[in-house]
Design a protein around this ligand. Structure first.
Ligand code: ADP
Ligand code: 5GP
Length: 205
């Protein structure tokens, strides 16, 4: 299996919920937690930087990576391709960090189907009205694209029950506190204990 080091946190939410903002916030707060930069064929939004927000590639490059099995999961979202590189996940894990993946519900399903150990977190806006307001205020999509994203949101939201945790992103600070609590408490799970450390301190069980 690809995943042998570092926990994998899968974060999904309809576009505009605030997951990019929230993930940025928890990464600042929690040590040894890194986001894997996805590949996408979507054009960069103003202010987005290559290899920081996404690695922006053309369709041909994306498809050749796909044929070479370079993605742990991929999906076509809002008419663009997005994929998570296996190599990037491994690099983060080998550096001793946990990995945050901001991926859509199709991508999350693929990872679940591969029986990869992961923690699934779904972010909800307080309401569909708030979601629209956030998409309007972000001003990165035209009206057609906003309506497409809201249409998809209704289907995506139904999937939240397949996730381990649900965070409501109403007040940003509260939501960041909740997401931080989920990640930190998972680090205290007995099955996260380093077996070598335990044996050195307390002998073998
Ligand atoms: P996503 O990554 O889910 O598409 P973004 O992080 O880009 O969403 O957030 C969408 C918009 O909503 C941005 O303009 C962001 O500043 C704003 N936003 C995010 N979280 C909150 C919040 N808790 N309250 C108000 N506005 C928020
Ligand atoms: P955006 O274009 O607004 O940044 O992202 C649109 C959607 O694509 C979001 O739901 C986001 O979570 C998802 N997404 C971003 N990267 C990936 C990825 O690598 N794989 C999958 N499956 N979805 C992704």
């Amino acid at each position: 299996m690809y995943i042998n080091k570092g926990r994998l946190y899968i974060i999904s939410a309809p576009s505009g919920t605030g997951k990019t903002t929230l993930c940025g916030e928890v990464i600042k707060r929690i040590p040894n937690l890194k986001e894997s930069v996805s590949y996408t064929t979507r054009p960069p939004r103003s202010g987005e930087r290559n290899d920081i927000n996404y690695t922006f590639v053309d369709v041909e490059t994306f498809k050749s990576m796909l044929s070479a099995d370079e993605f742990i999961e991929w999906a076509e979202v809002h008419q663009n391709y997005y994929g998570t590189s296996i190599k990037r996940i491994k690099e983060i894990q080998e550096s001793g960090s946990d990995v945050l993946l901001d991926i859509d519900t199709h991508g999350a399903r693929q990872i679940r189907a591969k029986h990869i150990d992961a923690i699934y977190i779904f972010i909800l806006a307080p309401s569909l009205e708030t979601l629209r307001t956030r998409l309007d205020k972000r001003k990165t999509e035209d009206e057609i694209s906003i309506n497409r994203r809201l249409g998809k949101a209704r289907d995506e939201i139904k999937e939240c029950l397949f996730y381990d945790y649900i965070v409501i992103n109403g007040d940003l600070r509260q939501a960041a506190d909740d997401l931080t609590a989920i990640i930190l408490s998972n680090r205290l799970r007995a099955d996260c204990l380093d077996a070598d450390w335990f044996e050195a301190k307390f002998g073998s069980v």
